[in-house]
Design a protein around this ligand. Structure first.
Ligand code: ZN
Length: 219
């Protein structure tokens, strides 16, 4: 099976992509991992990406495309895979189509994990962590609240929220996501590839929705 996973930040897309690849024996290709790997290995792409990220800039499509191409040129070449975080926009999608065509591969489906914005904001802004560098305990006000509100159970420090997890920042990230993804979704819908999956519920419930969406229609 050859799949692309799409979904907003905080939708659990990465978790589901990983789960599906583990259970079905597919290659999980996450752009985040490819980037981290390139940075760690100090490849030219890695160094370029590191500088851009440090300067708070976006990694350009050509660089990301290059890393994905390199991944598909590795032996053994991935022939059954789940793409997680790629393609992110139309330019990348067109590059990826050409790449797959040149390898004689085609996509089976594009999974779209749908979660509405309010739910995402609520989920992400529930994350708090202990700023004490010796402790770094993490909390979630819904699923794992601290015993005393705003205080770390382990060391008593006042809990903090990452900038990225604050509601205003989350809304901003979602706006960027929608801008990029609408064109991408339309592109794959025209090809009849999109499988819509409801991304609400616990991990196993969402996984079952996913498996049902991917199952061939009953005759
Ligand atoms: Zn602590």
């Amino acid at each position: 099976m050859r799949l692309i996973f799409l979904g907003p930040p905080g939708s659990g897309k990465g978790t589901q992509a990983k789960l599906l690849s583990e259970r079905l024996g597919l290659c999980h290709i996450a752009t985040g991992d490819l980037l981290r790997e390139a940075v760690q290995l100090g490849t030219p792409e890695g160094r370029q990406a590191q500088e851009l990220i440090a300067a708070g800039q976006l990694v350009p499509d050509a660089l990301v495309n290059g890393m994905v191409r390199a991944r598909f040129e590795q032996t053994p070449r991935p022939t059954r895979f789940v793409m997680d975080g790629y393609p992110r926009n139309l330019t990348q999608a067109q590059f990826f189509d050409d790449l797959l065509r040149s390898l004689g591969l085609s996509l089976d489906a594009v999974v779209f994990l749908a979660v509405n914005d309010d739910e995402i904001v609520q989920r992400i802004s529930a994350r708090w962590s202990c700023p004490n560098s010796q402790c770094k305990a993490t909390y979630n006000t819904f699923t794992k609240p601290p015993r005393s509100p705003g205080r770390c159970d382990d060391c008593g420090a006042a809990l903090a929220q990452r900038d990225d997890d604050q509601p205003a920042t989350v809304r901003q990230r979602l706006q960027v996501y929608h801008q990029q993804t609408e064109g991408l979704l339309a592109y794959y819908r025209r090809q009849g590839l999109v499988k819509d999956v409801v991304g609400v519920g616990d991990i196993e419930t969402i996984y079952q929705n996913l498996v049902a969406a991917l199952a061939p229609p009953k005759p």
